[in-house]
Design a protein around this ligand. Structure first.
Ligand code: ISE
Length: 336
């Protein structure tokens, strides 16, 4: 049977997932759109045949039309939606981050562990990007020797008005806090933030770009240039340094054009196109996992909690300076 998905939040990411579930993912459809902004809810429902709109998830659950929940609200609104979904025993795909602080993530873990198995997958879509997968295979194979460093650039052309300074960490570097340990097979142990000259084109409230230095338990060092006012386009790229060579992912691809004394190629404008295939794969695999009862096929709530710990250290490093350590925590058997 097709999975009846309630999508919570019909903003940029919610609308993108509604379109994906309606047109590109098989085995599921959008049965409910939960969105307090009625105009936005109606606009989204018009594009998803069979979807009803609700002001709260509880109402959609009471209508008995929900098998699984996809949460695409901003991070600070995740916990109040996750908890009733868990209470109703529903599988959840929660957009990143799980929650914004370790404390609320711990409440989520506690509620989830009352169930028979993990129900939450966290939407770290980079793990489903073909090139990230290839890089991970290269690390695991040891073909180029041991991994030594990851040099990451994470560049946005601009950010919305609601984006504030700490979001450089909690909304953006959050991705590197998930994907770097996944690539390297080792946990984050410390975070440091350096400030280069400020980009005068950044909104007044932001002091950026920043350079984030992340240490992993196995000695791999990760540096992230986090830049959200770089104007030219959306770019997420990594150079991996190994003992016997290097590898790069995230380079521009497609048509190259030579004209008027210049060579050029198109760059992405935002993450919905840069990671379109990764999102498709992520949601399709999640739907399959819901159908076969495993619920999760990707990063789980424990991974989300670890990222929340790294973000907390990252925010301290951003605002207070210094190298901020992250204490090790053992993964519970429930999340093995
Ligand atoms: C946004 O929320 C994302 O998740 C994007 O992947 C990231 O590049 C951007 O900086 C965030 O604001």
């Amino acid at each position: 049977n097709d999975v009846r998905v309630a999508v919570v939040g019909a903003g940029m990411m919610g609308a993108d997932h509604i379109s994906r579930l309606t047109h590109r993912v098989s085995g599921a459809f959008v049965s409910a759109i939960v969105e307090p902004d009625a105009a936005r809810a109606d606009a989204a429902a018009a594009k998803a045949p069979g979807a009803q709109t609700f002001a709260s998830l509880e109402q959609a659950i009471s209508a008995d039309i929900v098998d699984a929940v996809l949460i695409a609200t901003p991070g600070q609104f995740h916990e109040p939606v996750i908890l009733p979904a868990l209470e109703a025993n529903l599988p959840i795909l929660c957009e990143k981050p799980l929650t914004q602080e370790p404390e609320s993530s711990r409440r989520v873990l506690e509620a989830e562990q009352k169930l028979d198995k993990p129900h939450i997958q966290v939407g770290f879509m980079r793990r489903f990007d073909r090139e990230y997968e290839q890089l991970r295979e290269l690390v695991t194979s040891n073909d180029a020797g041991e991994l030594v460093m990851l040099r990451c650039v994470h560049r946005n052309p601009s950010v919305p008005d609601a984006y504030h300074q700490n979001m450089l960490i909690t909304d953006s570097v959050v991705h590197e806090f998930d994907v770097a340990p996944w690539l390297a097979g080792s946990d984050v142990t410390s975070v440091e933030v350096k400030h280069p000259r400020r980009n005068s084109l950044a909104p007044e409230r932001l002091k950026e770009p920043i350079l984030v230095i992340i240490e992993l338990a196995n000695g791999v060092l990760v540096d992230v240039e986090m830049n959200v006012s770089i104007q030219f386009g959306y770019q997420v790229a990594t150079e991996a340094v190994f003992e016997k060579g290097t590898a790069r992912i995230g380079q521009p691809s497609g048509l190259e054009r030579w004209q008027d004394g210049r060579v050029f190629q198109r760059e992405h404008a935002d993450f919905t196109t840069r990671f379109a295939d990764a999102y498709d794969t992520e949601v399709q695999r999640w739907v399959r996992a819901v159908q076969n009862g495993t619920n999760v096929d990707g990063p789980n709530a424990w991974d989300g909690y670890k990222v929340a710990l790294a973000c907390e250290a990252g925010v301290t490093a951003l605002n207070e300076g210094g190298i901020v350590q992250i204490p090790h925590e053992e993964r519970p058997a429930f999340y093995a």
